[in-house]
Design a protein around this ligand. Structure first.
Ligand SMILES: [Mn+2]
Length: 283
């Protein structure tokens, strides 16, 4: 039987891939090895190549610096079932996403922030963007990534905007993982290109909040974020945890040594209402 789930990873650093994603205990057991794409000119091209090279019903696009704790794929199965029951037209699920009111949902460890980020809800939360660290796409949605979006940023916001524009759903779900990401000094020129592209492409849908920045008509957030990154450099450098720490040990420290313990029945809890409020809050 063909696997129901395929993993796709755009990678530019074999050692980072080997030290994080490939150490995930379920890879090779619950799921087959990831389809690794190297040398792509942008995330969209890499991910579309991954879609074409695989035929699984569910495709998980994951960063090379992500570690998926034991039991993660069993938990993904459960999360998909929970979402499918309430929102049969779902297209995208993120492990971290920005709800329609601007709040970040989904417990993920971030080494650059040295903490677990994301609120934990008792059910799926509708989102306006998902973090690129992990994006689950339902193949039957027909969604494709935009290979004209330059670079490797903001495609999580783009795929969610595309889903919502097509009348499909995008949700954040509790899928704990370790993002062993490095300290990022600045939103570089490549980020700026992606930001400007998104402003033009989604002019009618703005503002959109990505996990790192708000995309607005004026676009002033890009310059403000760069200023904050510059003035707050010392604090952020101090905060970041060195990525040489063992991903499995980080998972244990977060209480995520084995996610089979999370396989409780969320259906016992009331359905979390979709957050309908707009994202036009301060910023
Ligand atoms: Mn990453």
């Amino acid at each position: 039987m063909a696997d129901r789930i395929a993993l796709v990873c755009a990678s530019n650093h074999p050692a980072v891939l080997a030290g994080n994603l490939m150490r995930s205990p379920d890879i090779g057991a619950s799921v087959t090895d990831p389809h690794v794409i190297t040398g792509a000119h942008c995330a969209g091209a890499a991910h579309n190549a991954g879609l074409e090279a695989t035929d699984a019903e569910i495709v998980v696009f994951v960063h090379q610096d992500v570690y998926l704790p034991r039991g993660w794929f069993a938990l993904l199965d459960q999360r998909i079932a929970e979402i499918e029951e309430r929102y049969p037209d779902w297209a995208v699920i993120g492990a971290y996403g920005v709800a329609l009111d601007g709040a970040g949902y989904g417990p993920v460890w971030s080494s650059s922030l040295s903490s677990i980020v994301g609120r934990v809800a008792l059910g799926p939360v509708a989102v306006q963007s998902v973090d690129e660290l992990l994006i689950v796409v339902r193949r039957a949605s027909g969604l494709r990534f935009d290979d004209a979006l330059p670079g490797f940023h903001l495609h999580g916001t783009d795929i969610v905007a595309s889903a919502r524009a097509a009348g499909l759903g995008a949700y954040a779900a509790n899928l704990p993982l370790i993002h062993n990401d490095t300290y990022k000094d600045q939103l570089d020129a490549s980020f700026g290109h992606a930001y400007r592209y998104m402003r033009r492409k989604w002019a009618e849908a703005l503002p959109l909040r990505s996990p790192v920045i708000k995309i607005s008509k004026t676009g002033h957030q890009l310059w403000r974020a760069r200023w904050h990154n510059f003035t707050g450099r010392a604090v952020r450098q101090d905060m970041a945890l060195d990525t040489s720490h063992d991903a499995e040990a980080l998972a244990r420290a977060c209480g995520w040594a084995d996610l089979h313990s999370c396989l409780q029945d969320q259906a016992a809890f009331p359905v979390v209402r979709e957050r309908k409020t707009s994202s036009r809050s301060a910023s």
